[in-house]
Design a binder for this molecule. Sequence first.
Ligand code: GDP
Length: 458
Amino acid sequence: MSTVCAVCTPLAQGGLAVIRISGEGAVDAASRVFSPFLSFPKVAEMKGYTCAYGKVIDPENGEAIDDAVLTVFSAPHSFTGEDTAELSCHGGVYIAKRVLRACLAVGCEQADRGEFTKRAFLNGKLSLTQAEGIMDMISARGEDSLRAARLTKEGRLFAEADDIKRQLVTALGELAAWVDYPEEDLPAVERSALSGTISSARGRLKKLIDSYDTGMLLRRGIDTVIAGKPNVGKSTLMNTLLGYERSIVTDLAGTTRDVIEEGVQLGGFELRLSDTAGIRTTDDRVESMGVSIARKRLSDCALIIAVFDTSEAADAEDRELIDYIAELGAKVIVVLNKNDLGDRFDRSLLGGLGCRVIELSARQGEGREELGAAVRELFAGTGIDEDGTIFANERQKDCIVKAEGRLAAAAAALEAGETLDAVTVMLDYALEELMELTGEKVGEAVVSEVFSKFCVGK
Ligand code: GDP
């Protein structure tokens, strides 16, 4: 394989920029663009996992570009499994580009998107699911989604798929012996035992499929709507949660007309918050458009934070909202806002919602912690248990769903008393799907597709 290079850090100003070179010629290329200071060994003599401090030199004119630290990794003990050299220089966009240009000038090729991780996969350092876990880790936006991605990266999904595969291979082994050598005195394949194996494997696959929704929830965030009639303090609450002024806050009822979406970390989850217009009946055409958007959003979202002004008695509009969301059967947290002004809201009205009620003053910046705890409580069941496997990847889901489908067909064939040949074929297909999942048997097109979603330098 060729020797490739790329800037691994974002092309923006920062403390450091890292330029990675990987491939057979990595150390040689590094020796031509990097000159260690006297007390350090020559690049060619550097051992794996060692560093040297020196200067990056422009090979075209011998000019020093920047001071840098060179780290050398020797194959196979590197991320890619190949010889690798990493230059850490000052984090200037122009510096990083010049160092990259220097590497290209000595014969390295520009790495494609995800090329380093692809090489790690091709060199057997990672399974395909683990490589995808790395991508998920980079894009994780909350504690739980990071944990789920880390488990995938560490091989949790691979191990589960591998174990299910082993179950199927054992069953296939027995079937093959029996089908191929009918004249031998082999114990007959017990249909009921086979059926048990298939049903156990299906159960495990179904559990994985169920975890996809949780994975998506963690990755994409909980779609949350802050609802309430105008002027109860929705925008103020949203601003409090976001920690800065975002939506327009005024004393005029009905000022928040647009749906504004923002992400916020609460209770370990990412909430995608939208602050909506109230849902009162109105003659204002623009506002009534906002109201229908709000109703639609309420019926589609995963969590409703319903806000009421507790300093006033509930009116028809409040009741309209309570009735509307009670009907939806959604997950709801009620916020009784403006508790600094008094307590006149009749809580018994909320009975039908069966939800957590939090009293606070959004204007005084209260409520973040309590709301976080409520979110955690509502969605805790969907978090990651210690030995669970969670994923949020369409390709992986597709393979698992297909494998389960093949096993369902195998179970049906067995049930219908069809020949064991037919069952064998279905089990074979299921095995292939699982091998595509882990990347053990996967087409070039799928591999390219997976890594094309990575960034350059990863
Ligand atoms: P929205 O229409 O529901 O989005 O309400 P706003 O967030 O625009 O708030 C309406 C008015 O109520 C503004 O003047 C806020 O400053 C005020 N307000 C919001 N929360 C509180 C609170 O907790 N206490 C008091 N006293 N006023 C509040």
